[in-house]
Design a protein around this ligand. Sequence first.
Ligand SMILES: C[S@@+](CC[C@H](N)C(=O)[O-])C[C@H]1O[C@@H](n2cnc3c(N)ncnc32)[C@H](O)[C@@H]1O
Length: 270
Amino acid sequence: MLAELLRYFTLRCPPWARLLGMAQEHVAITYRHRRTAQAWTPHLDASKAAILEGAERCRERRRVLVLGAGDCRDVPLAELAARFDEVILTDVVLGPELRRLAKRSVGKIRAEVWDATGVLAELARGWRTLTPAQAEALFAKGDPGLPPGGEPDLIVSANCISQLGVVPMDRFPGADEDGKLQDRCGAIAARRHIQWLGARPGVRVLLGDRARLDLAADGRELKRERMPGMDGLRKPDRAWQWQLAPIPEWSAEFHRVHEVGAWIDGPRRR
Ligand SMILES: C[S@@+](CC[C@H](N)C(=O)[O-])C[C@H]1O[C@@H](n2cnc3c(N)ncnc32)[C@H](O)[C@@H]1O
């Protein structure tokens, strides 16, 4: 508990990321991974393999940009640094390890705070006054603008799409009487992200949750929910399961498992 609190204060992020619960979520993910590292390994390895498949497709390898880089558990950082002139890692919250790594790389790796929705600062400004409908409208017009550093040869959305409109709305003051608001914002933000990503001219790797499952200890499926906003996507190029919270991490009754997909798009090498 004390270690988690200390980490919270080592994070670099704008005040709005703390208000919206993004810094707290970063700490929660870091420590969940430490408790369940072995169960996460196949998911992290599959994510890294999909990213390297995208890298292989690139005609040029000047710049790679990662969105939702977090602690880069699912990013093959050394391999990307060896293949590309420049690696830009972005997130709304930057941990101390990532910042140290970027510093040691003397310019090859950059770590930057960048909001992939483009609306979180405005959401935080209107935290006490926005109605649920206005919050939804904000995500619907979300546009983060051009990627930091300019258009990359490879852009990776690293398992952040299911968080974009969901985590910041978790504690939204106007959400009390509207149990579906978080899912609606999640769907809108995910669809905007897919559109924005689709407009990038380079190779794109989208890693994202497609469904969340609760499985009994004997493997029986107790519950399945599709992730909001992922319905319009084609069949993924790769798919696997992420053992996100094995018993007893969240519950003594069920394992929480995510179905994850990797979509690799964009120009192919000639
Ligand atoms: C499930 S974690 C992905 C893990 C990360 N790729 C790693 O390996 O550590 C989702 C990440 O997305 C980030 N994220 C959430 N919303 C974001 C946004 N609007 N813009 C950029 N990053 C965001 C979170 O801060 C978190 O680090």
